[in-house]
Design a protein around this ligand. Structure first.
Ligand code: PHE
Length: 362
């Protein structure tokens, strides 16, 4: 049924009146008027029924109505905007990353030794058998090598002379004779490398690097870190070693921590020692509240090895053992770190689990 322009005008007026009483400015009400199936669109359809001659006027009227509607609802607040923001609230904490606890420990160890004149160095973590074993007074097939559960690299081994000359160990340097490649089992491979780098003492090296051994349980991971100290100069003796260990113990574990050395055997040091640090829970007494200390059981924690550099090692590094002496020590960063007061990490594999709930605590 055709609609006259007057009828349209009436309808527009009715809608406009209704609009005046519409006080709620919400998305829902706005949609009732201006939405796809809203009052306006329904009304606008009647234009098809208007006489051709009135169509132009009808279009204008409808446009005006639309503008009115849009104006009316221009202040409509969307749901998002209704959310009030309190600018005085403290900000949300940002998720900031941090260094892995073992990286933190390595930085701390480096700082402690740099303060007393050591230089941090790095050497290959995949190295010639020569540096890892042979230059350290362990000729091929020496049984002491078995203590290090070595990963060998499956690479062709250049032919070399198997006769070991203790007087001239340097003759067997891999650049001259070749040798096997291994994943470094300890940071002691840095000893002869550092002697070669500096050529002449004094040497004060701190070498921190990854090590690898065929072992995996709560206190061992196949990849771990060690730090190795090496000091070579004229007149270096065991007192210097002991003093350095005491210094480290106090710096790393806190004042009052003591070190202890016990006789041991390594091929590359003579004499050799095992190194213990006093337990911070029981103060080195082994007793807590009248009972055996649960943390250490004996008052001490064994951490690693040390000793006076064997003359054959000095020779392998081109240093005359008649003029110079030195001491060396080396042990695991993970072990040293987990003994720190308050850490209570009973499974070091957690350190490499990649579990952020664990790592975020440090
Ligand atoms: N390299 C030895 C180990 O891995 C530790 C050590 C270093 C001992 C230096 C003596 C001197 O067990």
């Amino acid at each position: 049924m055709p609609m006259t322009i007057d009828e349209l005008k009436q309808k527009i007026e009715a809608l406009t009146n209704e609009l005046q009483s519409q006080k709620a400015l919400t998305e829902t009400v706005k949609n009732q008027y201006l939405g796809k199936k809203g009052h306006f669109n329904i009304l606008a359809k009647v234009i098809a029924q208007i006489d051709n001659q009135d169509k132009k006027v009808a279009g204008q009227l409808l446009n005006e109505l639309k503008l009115k509607l849009e104006n009316h609802f221009s202040n409509t607040t969307s749901k998002k905007q209704t959310k009030q923001i309190d600018f005085t609230l403290p900000g949300l904490p940002q998720d900031v990353g941090h260094l892995h606890p073992i990286s933190q420990a390595m930085e701390e160890i480096t700082n402690i030794f740099e303060k007393v004149g050591f230089t941090r160095v790095r050497y290959p973590e995949v190295d010639w058998d020569w540096y890892v074993f042979e230059s350290l007074n362990m000729p091929p097939s020496h049984p002491a090598r078995d203590e290090w559960e070595t990963f060998f690299v499956d690479a062709p081994e250049p032919a070399h002379d198997l006769t070991y000359d203790a007087k001239e160990p340097r003759k067997r340097h891999p650049s001259l004779v070749g040798g096997k490649m291994v994943l470094t089992t300890h940071t002691s491979n840095g000893q002869v490398r550092e002697m070669e780098r500096l050529k002449n003492p004094p040497i004060r090296m701190i070498n921190i690097a990854k090590c690898y051994r065929r072992q995996q349980d709560a206190t061992h991971t196949q990849m771990f870190h060690q730090f190795e100290g090496l000091v070579v100069d004229k007149g270096i003796n065991i007192q210097h070693l002991k003093g350095t260990l005491d210094y480290f113990a106090e710096q790393f574990y806190g004042p009052g921590t003591k070190s202890r050395i016990r006789p041991f055997h390594f091929q590359f040091t003579e004499p050799s020692f095992e190194v213990d640090f006093s337990c911070h829970i029981c103060g080195g007494t082994g007793k807590k509240n009248g009972e055996k200390c649960k943390f250490c059981k004996s008052g001490w924690h064994e951490v690693g090895g040390a000793g006076m550099v064997h003359p054959n090692v000095l020779k392998a590094g081109g240093i005359d053992p008649e003029i110079y002496t030195g001491f060396a020590f080396g042990w695991g960063v993970e072990r040293t770190y987990t003994l720190k007061e308050g850490l209570n990490i009973d499974d070091i594999r957690l350190l490499y689990s990649g579990d952020l709930r664990f790592l975020r605590q440090f």
